[in-house]
Design a binder for this molecule. Structure first.
Ligand SMILES: Cc1cc2nc3c(=O)[nH]c(=O)nc-3n(C[C@H](O)[C@H](O)[C@H](O)COP(=O)(O)O)c2cc1C
Length: 307
């Protein structure tokens, strides 16, 4: 049974990635990180950021709204103080965010080293006032940022797109033509919570990013749509809670998947997902997990099997 997936030169032992912002920088729960296919850090910006004021999380049925605001130590401190302490063997992908289009390639130049397998360009953060999702809503800015990052590194470049108020097909195609190796989507969706008692906004940062099972059908829709429109691999995520969800994303066109909010409830969830993924492969006689990528059958096609 082969559950590995290769993208560019990076071999992921299995299709499960830990999503940015939901597992810190990778210094805790190393036993989990060593079992998954890849680890993605919390977003790193050029300068350190203290993030948004509390409260930062609003819980609701089937979802959470977060407004962390990209709190992080900045690229230099991450490189000098955190990176040397990360001793897991799983491919390490650094999620990078910027407030100016030039920030992204500057961060990559600071961080590019053997320890890192690749970068995930976050042009989809809904929790900052400048940059973030605003870059990712514009195909021209997307193309410019990806082109600059592509020039700055030979490593794996993943572009994480927003699906807020735009059709991600356009930005995915822009990122593809600028040389990204893969697309990841979706990041969180815009959301707002109101504190009725106080009659004010609940979150300290006013708006937040919606994640968790409630966004899964929309995320699946986006993954299917984008993967049909580009040739490079798609990394899918949004609301994954079990191996069934993983398979659905892969059938819809994802080569790898990201587990996000689930980690906040159970940091060991990836273990169960991996175990169940292997069971699923056994039941459906799937020899290599890559065989199911994009193999969702059309409703009138009775002969097309993915096993
Ligand atoms: C608390 C929190 C912090 C996040 N921080 C980041 C981040 O720094 N960079 C990023 O690209 N995505 C960030 N995300 C988005 C996740 O990586 C993921 O794309 C999103 O939550 C959807 O997946 P999920 O529904 O499985 O959580 C964050 C999500 C949460 C819940």
């Amino acid at each position: 049974m082969d559950i590995s997936i290769k993208i560019k030169d990076t071999v992921f032992a299995n299709p499960i990635l830990l999503a940015s912002g939901t597992f810190g920088y990778g210094s805790d729960f190393v036993s989990v990180i060593n079992q998954v296919g890849g680890f993605i850090t919390k977003g790193i910006t050029l300068a350190p950021r203290i993030g948004n004021p509390a409260p930062r999380i609003y819980e609701l049925p089937g979802a959470i709204l977060n407004s962390v605001g990209l709190e992080n130590p900045g690229a230099l401190d991450f490189r000098n103080k955190i990176l040397p302490r990360l001793n897991f063997s799983t491919p390490l992908i650094v999620n990078i965010a910027g407030f100016d289009t030039a920030d992204f390639s500057t961060i990559v130049k600071i961080l590019d080293c053997d320890r890192i397998a690749g970068f995930e360009i976050n042009i989809s953060c809904p929790n900052v006032k400048t940059g973030g999702a605003i870059f990712g809503q514009d195909p021209k800015l997307t193309e410019q940022i990806v082109t600059e990052v592509r020039r700055a590194t030979k490593k794996l470049v993943i572009t994480k797109l927003t699906a807020n108020f735009i059709d991600p097909v356009n930005t995915a195609q822009a990122a593809e033509s600028a040389g990204t190796d893969a697309i990841s989507l979706i990041n969180t969706l815009y959301g707002l919570a109101i504190d009725l008692k106080e009659q004010k906004y609940f979150l300290g940062g006013k708006t937040g990013g919606l994640s968790g099972p409630a966004i899964k059908p929309f995320a699946l829709f986006c993954v299917e749509r984008v993967s049909k429109a580009i040739k490079i691999p798609v990394i899918g995520g949004g609301g994954i809670v079990n191996a069934t969800d993983v398979c659905e994303f892969m059938l819809a066109g994802a080569s790898l998947v990201q587990i996000g909010s689930l980690n906040l409830i159970n940091p060991f969830a990836a273990f169960d997902i991996l175990k169940d993924l292997k069971k699923y492969m056994k039941i459906y006689k799937i020899k290599a997990i890559r065989q199911i990528i994009g193999k969702v059958r059309s409703n009138d096609d009775k002969n097309n099997t993915c096993g």
